[in-house]
Design a protein around this ligand. Structure first.
Ligand code: KG4
Length: 345
């Protein structure tokens, strides 16, 4: 089954063609980082204008590079939530138009799910392993610019939200701390680079200066605003050099994510954990997970941040069950669960 994916939820325009949920035929991303670095964050209207400019050229590119025709597509997948209104509209309107013109069905994709199912991209062995229900339940830890959430997944499309952020998301904590440290947007990679330099020069330095919020709390929710306040305080007192403060911040965020994931494992006894979203690209987080007590899986780093391969990949499970949304009904902030029920954000 071959699916065309379109992803314009926030700031990068993604178009990709994926076969059977894991095999990438072609993928293209237009990064908007340069535009948003100037304003220190994403201005939705600026992002939407850029999506509009590049989405059709990217479509042409993936068909050309994949040496494949639109007629060979079994479905079109588009990310419909969560995201920013203007950017989402560009992707959704593109998918509606293609559906009408090509007469292809559309899957409305929830990016929370697609971030987790990105673990299967280019990993055929893993894809086959998790076809079997005996390898589930799985916990999804989704950590992106707008989301920190934990889901209990009984199987594909069968989810329970078990924890979420009460304020800032993990990526936001990286981005805001980076801004306080005078680093560029996006903050995650900038903090990570500085922190890794510090850790390689000071491998035995303790990195326990900042709070690990909510870890004493039994709830599986996250909260990063207190950590941000602690970073503000440290920046003001100017006692710690920026490189070390970056390492302390990264460690506090990563420890909090791992700590909450451990609590979820204890409570729900899953067989594995899938970690997805932009923050899953964090090198230190990936290293620290090596001590995790159950099997853990990350997508390849380039498929952690927003991309359309994950959109096309996760739509496979819905297309297989014929859970489509007619183009007339396709809307932003609305997706369907695997039973076809409407899910609004
Ligand atoms: O999934 P994503 O592309 O989607 C959203 O737009 O929400 O995530 C972007 C977020 C940003 O907050 C960025 O700072 C963070 O992911 N990020 C990272 C890394 N790469 C991206 N955070 C920590 N370490 C990284 N290497």
């Amino acid at each position: 089954m071959i699916i065309l994916g379109i992803e314009t939820a926030v700031d990068d325009t993604g178009v990709a063609i994926v076969k059977d949920g894991w095999k990438i035929i072609s993928t293209a991303i237009h990064s908007q980082i340069k535009i948003h670095a100037k304003t220190g964050g994403v201005i939705p209207e600026a992002a939407a204008r850029e999506h509009l400019k590049v989405v059709i050229p990217l479509l042409n590119l993936v068909f050309e590079e994949g040496k494949i025709n639109p007629a060979e597509m079994d479905a079109i997948a588009v990310s419909t939530l969560p995201g920013l209104l203007g950017p989402l509209l560009i992707g959704v309107e593109t998918a509606r138009t293609l559906s009408l013109v090509w007469q292809k069905p559309v899957v409305a994709v929830n990016d929370w799910e697609s971030h987790a199912l990105a673990v299967f991209l280019e990993n055929e062995k893993l894809f086959h392993k998790f076809k079997s229900k005996s390898n589930w339940p799985v916990v999804y830890l989704i950590v992106s610019g707008g989301t920190s959430a934990l889901f209990l997944a009984k199987y594909f499309g069968d989810y329970q939200l078990i924890g979420q952020t009460r304020d800032d998301a993990a990526g936001e904590a990286f981005d805001k701390s980076a801004r306080l440290l005078g680093l560029s947007y996006p903050g995650g990679p900038a903090i990570s680079k500085l922190a890794d330099e510090f850790i390689s020069k000071n491998p035995s330095q303790k990195l326990n200066l900042l709070p690990r919020p909510m870890l004493q709390n039994k709830s599986l929710d996250f909260s990063f605003s207190g950590l941000k306040t602690a970073v503000v305080r440290e920046v003001k007192t100017d006692n710690i050099p920026p490189q070390e403060l970056a390492a302390q911040t990264q460690e506090a965020i990563d420890d909090t994510l791992i700590g909450k994931a451990l609590q979820a494992v204890k409570k729900y006894q899953p067989q594995a954990i899938f970690v997805g979203g932009g923050v899953a690209a964090n090198k230190r987080l990936r290293e620290k997970m090596n001590d995790f007590p159950i099997p853990f899986y990350f997508p390849p780093p380039k498929f952690c941040v927003d991309n359309a391969a994950m959109t096309a990949g996760s739509a496979y499970y819905y297309a297989k069950e014929k859970v489509f949304t007619p183009w007339e009904k396709l809307n932003i902030f609305e997706a369907r669960d695997i039973k076809g029920h409407l899910w609004k954000y």
